[in-house]
Design a protein around this ligand. Sequence first.
Ligand code: ZN
Length: 57
Amino acid sequence: MTVSLPELEPVPATDCDVCAALCSQREEARAVGNSRMVRDWNDELRNHPHRRSGDWK
Ligand SMILES: [Zn+2]
């Protein structure tokens, strides 16, 4: 049984393709029930560096 507190998940930055990709990978991992992978992708998302929107391509 898995009772865990709902983890706060990082929100992908708008206009960031990388974040969008990471986010969809995360949802794929979630869809197959791979919660460890979900956490990994969340880490990636959290660690994705962002400057002001617009000056990061
Ligand atoms: Zn990003």
